[in-house]
Design a binder for this molecule. Sequence first.
Ligand code: FES
Length: 178
Amino acid sequence: MPMTRREFLFAGVATGAFVGAGIVLPVAISLTDDDGNPDSEALLYPRQRVASLSELRNGEPVFFDYPLVGQSNILVKVGAPAEAGIGPDGDIVAFSNLCTHMGCPLIEFQADHGVLGPCPCHFTTFDLARDAQVTLGQATQQLPRVLLTPDGDDIYAVGILRLVYGYSDSLTGGERVS
Ligand code: FES
């Protein structure tokens, strides 16, 4: 049965978790729009191992490129339940760390507040437990979410929700990670 985009997000894209570990393979999922009408768009993202559950520590971010080289992302075990978080505590999330204002890289995670930023360019901060909503600053859009799925001790990126800054399509315009 087709999923709406919203159902796709909250399902944790578990339906994409059927291929072998350590191998980048495409995941294709048919979607419907929010009104249930057929959506001809098909997502075709690689499945990329990005972290180990056992090696994550609260507030210590992991950076990785996905799905294209140069599309930088941050994965964080926030330390408190997070919207669409995965893992035993539901607190592991990942987002593009290219600021939605003008694309500057966000590298500072404030563990005590659960926010990413301030952006080094114009000081925007994003709440990672609330789907990377803007909490302060110049940006007006939340960060693109990296869709994650666990497989044993491994965490895989299997897609991106929302457009990465500077790209008209998050899957094209560069070299795929491998
Ligand atoms: S580029 Fe991040 S706030 Fe302007």
